[in-house]
Design a protein. Structure first.
Length: 439
């Protein structure tokens, strides 16, 4: 944190405008060195010539901003250089900054890490920002934006305030038991703890939905060889993502395609045809197909309606949700019992299949109504630990004030882990590892 860091904060490559950020104690000196002038007033944009101090060559004419801390994104003094977005201009400005004493290129996620260290963001907001950068669907954007803006952090702050109050009442009963205290302090504390526990329970219950919204609903396309699984995937994807062949056993490994269905990310997986075979490579593909089926949220079993005896769902194949899709409905027997009839060749029935998958994904992931606050396993586990402590305080320890107080204290510590106040050093590197440079 002693270093002053800089990086390109806008996207890489040719662009109309590129934004370069500088953060730290020497940010003002860097701005004044490159412009040859006193920094403009804080938060007032100014057009300045940027010059390489090593040789006096003009690098660009840029819009510059000087931002005094701590009311900045990192909590430190910052400078922003809005330059023309060619590789030559950006590279020249970055090289000039790197040649200044005390400045270095920022590590991935270092601006956000400084914001966290300086109290500008808590850990849930950091995770929300990371998810917002990676968001590909409207549902992912809404969920990530709510976290980045502090929706979960605000709930945690409210829970913490109520639990601290409850703990104070419990400790009053312990420390001043020989004095006259108002009646019902323990009942007030119990009511507060039970209320917080119920609210946390409701939020934890939305965790799996949030995780599916963030990571994608997993859909496995299964069936015997040559029933049109790859053709079905290609139709849904709108491109030739998987190889289509009349030769049985063409698909050996799993082919994945991610779609945006109604704002929910859906990961389609084309798998190897299930059959008995002596080919060791094909057997491995079939083994992977079975494993993918058991790990999927929705399994689509594809049958060939032109086959006089289409195989039913194979014994021992596990899946959470199943749907049977009859393919080749344009040439086969459409009276065969199945959930949907389609033709991957002509496209008939594909809208119905896409609509079914979108509805099922919305049902599983939800998130569109803003009720989902938890999007990561880490968050759900921290809240689960807090809830376990509060439940023990209410059910097992309430008759013993000291034990109840200790469980409430442990619950508060779990909330602290959630927002990054305690015991998080071991996970910080994991969280910031996936950030891009300049954020």
């Amino acid at each position: 944190m002693e270093d002053t860091v800089f990086a390109l904060s806008s996207g890489q490559g040719r662009a109309g405008i590129a934004v370069i950020r500088v953060s730290g104690d020497r940010a003002r000196l860097a701005l004044e060195t490159l412009t040859g002038r006193v920094a403009p007033p804080s938060r007032r944009a100014s057009v300045r010539r940027l010059v390489d101090p090593a040789n006096g060559e003009q690098l660009d004419e840029a819009l510059v901003l000087w931002l005094t801390g701590p009311a900045t994104v990192t909590g430190e003094d910052m400078a922003e250089l809005h330059v023309h977005g060619s590789r030559a201009v950006v590279g020249g400005v970055l090289d000039a900054l790197g040649a200044l004493e005390g400045l270095r290129l920022a590590e991935p996620g270092e601006f956000t890490r400084r914001a966290f260290a300086n109290g500008r963001m808590d850990l849930t907001q950091v995770e929300g920002l990371a998810d917002l950068i990676d968001a590909e669907t409207a549902g992912q954007r809404r969920l990530a934006l709510a976290q980045a803006q502090g929706a979960l952090a605000a709930r945690c702050s409210e829970w913490r305030t109520r639990l601290v109050r409850a703990l104070a009442l419990v400790e009053a009963e312990i420390d001043f038991s020989d004095e006259e205290l108002p009646d019902g302090l323990d009942d007030q504390a119990l009511s507060m703890v039970m209320g917080v526990a119920q609210e946390i329970r409701e939020v934890v219950a939305t965790g799996p939905r949030g995780e599916l919204m963030r990571d994608g609903v997993q859909v496995a396309i299964l069936g015997p060889p040559n029933v049109g699984k790859s053709s079905l995937l290609n139709r849904l994807a709108g491109r030739e993502a998987a190889i289509v062949s009349d030769i049985s056993g063409t698909t050996r490994d799993i082919v994945e395609v991610t779609l945006d269905l109604g704002g929910v990310p859906v990961v389609l997986a084309d798998t190897a045809g299930l059959r008995e075979t002596d080919d060791p490579v094909e057997r491995e593909g079939i083994s992977r197909a079975r494993a993918r089926a058991s790990a999927s949220d929705i399994a689509v079993w594809v049958i060939d309606l032109a086959d006089p005896a289409p195989p039913v769902w194979p014994e021992g194949l596990q899946a959470a949700r199943r749907v049977v899709v009859g393919n080749k409905g344009d040439v086969g027997d459409t009276s065969f019992p199945c959930d949907l009839v389609v033709s991957a060749t002509s496209g008939s029935g594909m809208d119905d299949l896409e609509r079914f998958l979108a509805d099922a994904a919305q049902d599983l992931a939800g998130g569109a109504d803003g009720s989902t606050l938890v999007s990561r396993v880490r968050q759900r586990e921290a809240l689960g630990d807090c809830l376990a402590c509060l439940d023990r305080a209410c059910e097992e320890a309430w008759g013993e004030a000291a034990l109840a107080g200790e469980e409430i204290r442990l619950g508060l510590r779990a909330l602290g882990r959630l927002v990054g106040r305690v015991d998080v050093d071991d996970i910080l590197d994991v969280i910031f590892r996936d950030f891009c440079i300049g954020k």
